[in-house]
Write a protein that binds this ligand. Structure first.
Ligand SMILES: C[S@@+](CC[C@H](N)C(=O)[O-])C[C@H]1O[C@@H](n2cnc3c(N)ncnc32)[C@H](O)[C@@H]1O
Length: 200
């Protein structure tokens, strides 16, 4: 899994699709959640920081956590003296962080984690009181979304939103809401992406 992303890290930002997804997720997120300059935000599966760097100017800090050193190296190469995203190479489900956050964001990473219930329990444990989550991923699909690169390390072919709502509520979150964020429209199909928001 780590290898999968290390291999593609250098060309991750090329092409429009991933940039468009990150822009749409950011737009949907900021239309639903007021980001404040006092907030500490965790970007789960931050990759090269496509979402992190959009959020960073609006908040106190953004920390990108990921398992791929190659992806995080690309992220770090974008840090400047005026805008930085911190990075942590760690599996926070195995080894929780010592700090807590006001919000956890994520784009297109959740389908790479086998234990979805455990992931939301981990998010809950990493949030301050009243903290939020804003997590974007694919709606249920038939496995063709990743067909070009293979489905190694893809643990979910998108998500059934009603089942996911139950999982998120079981982890303790309230105000669980799904929003349409984007649709990747390709010759082999259309792949809607949701943003789910909830509060601790
Ligand atoms: C499809 S990429 C998305 C990257 C970025 N969020 C974006 O939108 O461009 C998924 C990322 O999640 C990371 N990832 C997968 N499983 C993870 C885990 N358990 N903990 C942290 N990161 C993980 C991968 O290494 C990869 O960088």
């Amino acid at each position: 899994m780590t290898q999968r992303f290390d291999n593609v890290a250098q060309e991750w930002d090329s092409g429009d699709t991933r940039q468009n997804i990150a822009s749409a997720v950011f737009k949907t997120l900021t239309s639903r959640i007021a980001l404040l300059n006092t907030m500490k935000i965790l970007d789960f599966g931050a990759g090269t920081g496509l979402l992190s760097f959009k959020i960073a100017p609006m908040v106190r800090s953004v920390t990108g956590v990921d398992l791929s050193s190659g992806m995080l190296e690309q992220l770090e190469s974008k840090n400047t003296s005026s805008l930085q995203v911190a990075t942590i190479l760690q599996d926070i489900m195995d080894k929780p962080l010592e700090q807590k956050f006001n919000g956890i964001v994520s784009s297109m990473a959740m389908h790479h984690v086998a234990d979805t219930a455990g992931l939301f329990e981990t998010f809950y444990a990493h949030l301050e009181r009243d903290g939020f989550i804003a997590i974007a991923d694919l709606e249920e699909e038939d496995g063709t979304f990743h067909a070009q690169h293979g489905n190694d390390g893809v643990h979910h072919f998108g998500f059934n939103t009603e089942r996911l709502r139950n999982t998120i509520e079981k982890a303790g979150f309230r105000n669980v809401r799904f929003h349409d964020a984007y649709s990747v429209n390709r010759e082999d199909g259309n792949y809607p992406i949701f943003l789910v928001t909830a509060v601790k």
